[in-house]
Design a protein around this ligand. Structure first.
Ligand code: SF4
Length: 331
């Protein structure tokens, strides 16, 4: 069950006495965020708005929504990073999953005894890393936990940022991801090129996501080669604050035009196939917002992420492409 650190929220409201607040977080914990918003309204008698658009990370906080509503504090819940606030008006609040990993960790010992693994997770299960590490080590599994960097804590990954597992990849037989997210684990597998398993405490199963990650990789590489045949490109700037990268878009425009390609520029908040179907005269797209939009979704034309677009430019220049995703940060 997800537990939101409401005490932190209540303390902050008590201290600052805002006239109204807003809350948001990932889709999966929206029902819990609704409960917290109701608790705030009951306790403090102020409006507490739930920003209910999809929210995929600290790159996607919808601060503009909070501003438009006149909310003095935006509580961004469930994407823990190694800081607790962004400026004065955004407060980052932990939400952790209180499910125990004890049983599944013991099962893992049976499969990985004598092996060396890198232990990694997402923000909701970070508090379990030390406990699982102890169980695995006592059972004879050698455990590495890579160091955090940028916004990442030790042993933590985002969907596009993998510093801890990149640090350990040459010294481990496999990555073990704590939680249920095939999405994060597949990113770990892709960036490290190491067998990667999800330790899922809800289904009490150890899930191999290596093949799933390879399927994503094949699809992504195919899109790059299809885009290499394109004559006209649409380059899309994402309008979510943390994913805004106008300079990268203009860099790709310049590079493609120098290679004789036609380029149009677009800007979108949500980059979906339906939206792209409205745009004419474009053979292939490049989007410089979230890389996982390209790798994990289906589009009717190639839609390349930043690392794929870097590979495309190299192919068009007839340079070698060694790897696309084996980098610690896909932006
Ligand atoms: S840009 Fe990275 S951190 Fe943000 S939603 Fe995409 S994968 Fe997650």
């Amino acid at each position: 069950m997800i537990v939101i650190d409401e005490k932190r929220i209540f303390d902050e409201i008590q201290r600052r006495r805002p006239v109204s607040v807003a809350l948001n977080g990932p889709d999966g914990i929206l029902p819990k965020i609704q409960e917290t918003a109701s608790n705030i309204m009951e306790r403090f008698g102020i409006p507490a708005y739930v920003l209910a658009d999809s929210c995929f990370g600290t790159c996607d906080m919808n601060t503009n929504g909070a501003k438009v509503l006149g909310a003095e504090i935006l509580f961004h819940i469930g994407h823990s990073i190694n800081s607790t606030s962004f400026g004065d008006n955004i407060v980052l609040v932990d939400a952790f999953d209180n499910i125990s990993f004890e049983n599944i960790a013991r099962k893992c010992v049976e499969e990985f005894r004598g092996k060396t693994i890198s232990l990694v997770t997402d923000s909701q299960h970070l508090h379990e890393v030390d406990k699982v590490r102890t169980i695995l080590e006592q059972g004879g599994v050698k455990v590495n936990v890579g160091r955090g960097k940028g916004q990442l804590n030790d042993g933590q990954v985002f969907g596009c940022e993998f510093y801890p597992v990149m640090e350990t990849r040459d010294s481990v037989d496999a990555n073990i991801f704590l939680g249920q997210s095939n999405f994060h684990a597949a990113g770990v597998a892709l960036s490290t090129s190491r067998p990667t398993y999800v330790l899922d405490p809800y289904f009490n199963e150890i899930r191999d996501v290596t093949e799933f990650a390879q399927t994503l990789q094949k699809k992504s590489i195919l899109a790059v080669y299809k885009a290499a045949e394109a004559e006209s490109f649409g380059i899309i700037v994402g309008l979510k604050e943390g994913q805004f990268s106008k300079m990268a878009a203009l860099k790709f425009k310049k590079e493609l035009e120098a290679l004789g390609k036609k380029v149009q520029l677009f800007a979108l908040t949500d980059i979906t196939d339906d939206k792209l179907r409205n745009l004419k005269g474009v053979d292939a797209f490049i989007q410089v917002a979230c890389p996982r939009i390209s790798t994990d979704n289906h589009f009717h034309k190639p839609v390349l992420s930043t690392p794929q677009a870097n590979a495309l430019v190299k192919i068009l220049k007839k340079e070698n492409v060694e790897s696309i995703f084996q980098i610690p940060h896909w932006l």
